[in-house]
Design a protein around this ligand. Structure first.
Ligand SMILES: [Zn+2]
Ligand SMILES: [Zn+2]
Length: 567
C-alpha cells in the first residue's frame, strides 16, 4: 500500500463523513492529517501504530485507521459509510465542479444515485430548477459527465506506461520462446492510452497459458482467438491485446502496429507502400523496411504520417531531445503558494536528481485558490532565494513567477515587481470559458508583454477531465516568434500542453520550447520525461529546448533577454 493510496482512502472517508452530515471538525481532522503527511518521505505502510500516533496532526483515531489499512487494506468505519452510499454517488465525487454539498443535494433532494441518472437530469433541465444550481452549473456538469463518459476507458500515458512495463517484465521473467515487443499506443507515446498492445512470435498455446496465468491480467476468452489473446488489466479499464505472428513476420508486424495509417501508406511514386513492404517482404528489422522504401529510419513516436516523412526522404531527421539533455527545472511550486514542499526541499530534490538549477515559479497574487503570493510574500521569497543560493552553490535557484494572465491579458504585478524576477511564465488559470477569439487575444496580449519570458500550458486542458479553451495556435505561436517568447511543454501527465501536434510548427517559426514538470512536490520532478516524449513526437531537438542550457548559460540568457526588452 503506497502513501498515496492511504491518503485516497482517508480523503474518501472525509468526503463520506461530510456527505452524511457528520460534524465539520471531524471532517477537517482528516484533511489536516493528510496535508501533514503528504510531505513524508517514509512509507506509512512500514510504520507501527505507535510511530503513526507520533506523526504531526495525526491523532490516535486516525493512526488506528491507517494501521487497519496496513493490516486489511481498509477500515471498519469507511466500509460502513460506503455500504450506506450508492456507488454512483461516490463516483460523483470525481466529477469536476461537483463538491460534496452539491452531491448531497442531488442525492437527497432529487434522489439521483447514478451518473447516468444525473446526466438525464441535466438533459431534461431538472437540475437547473434546484436551488444553488442554475443553467450554467447544469451545463458545466453535463459537459463534465459527457467528457468522463467519452474517456472512461482511457488512462494517462504515465499510468499506462507503468502497467505496460509491468507486463513486459512479467513476460521476460517467463522466458517466452520467440520474440515479443510492446507496440501500439505505448510505443508511439500517446497522451492518453486505452490499450497495451504487443506482438509476439511465441507459439499460440504457450502465449495463451502465460497470459492466462498472469495474476494482474483478466482474459477475455470470447474476444480471443487464433491470432490474438485479448483481455485487460484487473481493476483497470486498460485493455491488452497480444497479437501472434510467425517468426519471419515479426519485424513487419511490429512495424505495422507501431505507426499511424498516414505513415504506413506512404510510398514513392511507383513503389510499394511502407505497409506493403512490411507485410510481404519478411524483412528482419524495421530499419530494413525503411531502407527498402528509401527512407531514413523514423523512431516509433514520430510515425504520425506528417512532416517526418519528408525529412526521412531527404535524410534530414533531427537528432531528438533526450531526457538526459535537460539541465534544469523551470516550472515548480513550493509551500509559498500551493506546493507541498518548501523552497529548500524543492531545490535540494532538484539538485539531488542531477540538475544544475531550479527556476521556482510560485503562483501570483490573483491566484487566491492556489495561495498566490501578494507582494510582501514575493519579497520574502526573493530574499530566501538569495540565502539559499549562498548555501547551495554551485546549484542555482532562479527567481521565477508563474504569473496569472488576468482577464484582459495583463500580468499580475506592477512593473517594478515584475522586473525583480529572472523570468516569468505567463499562464491562464481562471476565466477558462472563453471563445477562441477571446482566448487568443488574451494570450497574445500576455506574449507581447516585455516581462513574459514563456507561455505556460497554453490551452489549460486537463487530460481526461476537461478540454482546454479553444486557441488559434498559429496566431499565438507567431506572436511568440515575433516577441522572442518561449512556450512550455507542460510535462505533467495531466496536461502535456502545448500539444505535440504544435511542436513542429513552433520549431519552424524558430520558437524555443521548455520542458517543465510544473511540480507541486518533490515526487513529480521526474515527470520531465513525459514532456520529453511529447517533444520528441513533434521533432524537438536539444538545441531548441531552453532548459538544456547549463546554469551559467541560462543565467546569462535571462539577463541578456531582460536587457534587450529594456528591463
Ligand atoms: Zn499553471
Ligand atoms: Zn504551475
Amino acid at each position: 500500500m503506497t502513501n498515496q493510496k492511504i491518503f485516497d482512502l482517508l480523503k474518501l472517508h472525509a468526503s463520506l463523513l461530510e456527505l452524511h452530515g457528520e460534524n465539520n471538525f471531524k471532517v477537517r481532522s482528516y484533511h489536516t492529517a493528510v496535508f501533514n503527511m503528504e510531505t513524508l518521505a517514509e512509507s506509512l505502510a512500514d510504520m507501527s501504530l505507535k510511530e503513526l500516533q507520533g506523526l504531526e496532526g495525526v491523532g490516535k483515531a486516525i493512526a488506528t485507521k491507517i494501521d487497519d489499512i496496513n493490516q486489511t487494506g481498509t477500515f471498519k468505519q469507511l466500509e460502513e459509510f460506503r455500504a450506506k452510499t450508492p456507488e454512483g454517488v461516490i463516483e460523483m465525487m470525481e466529477i469536476d465542479g461537483l463538491g460534496i454539498k452539491k452531491i448531497k443535494v442531488i442525492w437527497e433532494e432529487l434522489q439521483i444515485e447514478s451518473l447516468d441518472a444525473l446526466l438525464l437530469a441535466c438533459e431534461t433541465d431538472q437540475l437547473s430548477q434546484v436551488k444553488g444550481f442554475g443553467q450554467k452549473t447544469q451545463e458545466n456538469i453535463r459537459q463534465a459527465l459527457l467528457y468522463r463518459k467519452a474517456n472512461a476507458s482511457r488512462l494517462h500515458y504515465a499510468k499506462a506506461e507503468i502497467m505496460a512495463n509491468q507486463l513486459e517484465a512479467y513476460l521476460k521473467e517467463q522466458n517466452l520462446s520467440g520474440q515479443f515487443q510492446i507496440v501500439g499506443q505505448i510505443r508511439r507515446k500517446f497522451n492518453v492510452v486505452d490499450e497495451v498492445q504487443l506482438v509476439a512470435s511465441t507459439p499460440h498455446d504457450e502465449l495463451f497459458t502465460t497470459l492466462n496465468g498472469c495474476e494482474f491480467l483478466e482474459p477475455n476468452t470470447k474476444a480471443s482467438g487464433l491470432f490474438a489473446w485479448r483481455g485487460k488489466f484487473k481493476d483497470s479499464p486498460l485493455k491488452v491485446e497480444a497479437r501472434l505472428c510467425a517468426a519471419d513476420d515479426f519485424a513487419g508486424e511490429v512495424f505495422i502496429h507501431s505507426a499511424s495509417p498516414g505513415h504506413l501508406t506512404y510510398a514513392e511514386a511507383g513503389m510499394p507502400t511502407l505497409f506493403q513492404i512490411a507485410q510481404k517482404d519478411k524483412l528482419a528489422t524495421e530499419e530494413a523496411i525503411y531502407q527498402k522504401a528509401q527512407l531514413a529510419y523514423v523512431v516509433p513516436e514520430m510515425r504520425e504520417g506528417d512532416f517526418e516523412l519528408e525529412l526521412a526522404k531527404k535524410n534530414e531527421l533531427p537528432t531528438l531531445l533526450e531526457t538526459a539533455d535537460i539541465k534544469g527545472i523551470l516550472h515548480a511550486h513550493s509551500t509559498y503558494s500551493d506546493g507541498k514542499n518548501t523552497l529548500e526541499e524543492m531545490a535540494v530534490a532538484v539538485r539531488d536528481a542531477g540538475y544544475e538549477y531550479l527556476g521556482i515559479t510560485d503562483h501570483s497574487q490573483s491566484a487566491f485558490y492556489a495561495n498566490g503570493l501578494p507582494v510582501g510574500r514575493v519579497l520574502d521569497q526573493l530574499k530566501e532565494i538569495d540565502e539559499l543560493n549562498a548555501k547551495l552553490a554551485p546549484f542555482k535557484i532562479f527567481k521565477g513567477m508563474e504569473s496569472d494572465i488576468i482577464a484582459d491579458g495583463g500580468l499580475d504585478y506592477d512593473d517594478d515587481i515584475l522586473a525583480k524576477f529572472d523570468f516569468i511564465i505567463a499562464s491562464v488559470h481562471s476565466g477558462l470559458k472563453m471563445s477562441e477569439e477571446k482566448a487568443t487575444t488574451r494570450l497574445i496580449k500576455a506574449v507581447e508583454n516585455p516581462y513574459t519570458t514563456m507561455l505556460g500550458h497554453p490551452t489549460g486542458r486537463i487530460l481526461l477531465r476537461r478540454e482546454g479553451y479553444p486557441v488559434n495556435h498559429e496566431k499565438v505561436i507567431d506572436a511568440c516568434a515575433a516577441n522572442d517568447v518561449m512556450i512550455e511543454i507542460n510535462a505533467s501527465p495531466w496536461r502535456l500542453d502545448i500539444d505535440w501536434q504544435w511542436v513542429h510548427y513552433a520549431l519552424k517559426k524558430g520558437v524555443k520550447l521548455s520542458i517543465n514538470p510544473d511540480s507541486h512536490e518533490v515526487g513529480t520532478i521526474g515527470e520531465v520525461y513525459y514532456g520529453v516524449c511529447v517533444g520528441r513526437k513533434g521533432g524537438l531537438t536539444k538545441e531548441m529546448t531552453l532548459n538544456t542550457l547549463g546554469a551559467d548559460a541560462i543565467g546569462q540568457f535571462f539577463e541578456e533577454r531582460k536587457k534587450k526588452k529594456g528591463i
